[in-house]
Design a protein. Structure first.
Length: 185
């Protein structure tokens, strides 16, 4: 018990005690500690209960990085790469969600990135797609997702469906970028 006490009082941020099987000593200790100890159930994972919000964000960013490895900047995402990238992005969203308030902005950006990937894969097929994509470009600019905005505008400009409006999209992007930059300064 003296060694246990010494070890417990030296922890600075967090202390994890893992019991491999039930024992009288551990049960006595948990009763004595009362509400100062969080007991993990057998079904919960240790990882879920032990990572800090910053660690969850770090893990989410690592997953988002994996997603970026399966996509190209200039559009034309292959179906296989899209599936893998969406899987990694969904994992990153789960991590950002577990980070609570620390991960909210990252979670929002991951959702936007999923929409961007879907458009890059699907392309523009209808007038509705065009309107949604322009809105998504604006969202990307506001969120500071410049590469995603550029990829979408490249798709808009090169699309055979709306090739005649390429100058409109380029000026729209420039106008939105200038608006966002002027509000940030």
């Amino acid at each position: 018990m003296k060694l246990l006490y010494t070890g417990m009082t030296r922890a600075q941020r967090r202390l994890n005690l893992i019991e491999t099987g039930p024992s009288k000593a551990a049960s006595s200790f948990l009763r004595a500690a009362g509400n100062q100890v969080t007991e993990l159930s057998f079904n919960s994972t240790i990882e879920t209960n032990l990572l800090t919000p910053d660690e969850w964000v770090g893990r989410g960013l690592a997953f988002a990085w994996e997603a970026s490895e399966h996509t190209s900047r200039a559009g034309g995402v292959r179906k296989q790469d899209l599936t893998v990238a969406l899987t990694w992005l969904n994992r990153s969203i789960e991590c950002f969600h577990k980070a609570a308030n620390v991960g909210v902005a990252y979670e929002c950006k991951a959702h936007v990135h999923i929409e961007v990937l879907r458009f890059l894969h699907k392309g523009i097929q209808t007038k509705d797609d065009e309107v949604k994509m322009v809105q998504l470009v604006k969202t990307c600019i506001i969120e500071g997702m410049w590469l995603e905005a550029d990829s979408l505008v490249s798709l808009l400009v090169s699309s055979s469906y709306h090739r005649q409006q390429s100058e409109f999209y380029q000026s729209l992007l420039l106008r939105n970028v200038q608006t966002v930059l002027s509000t940030k300064t």
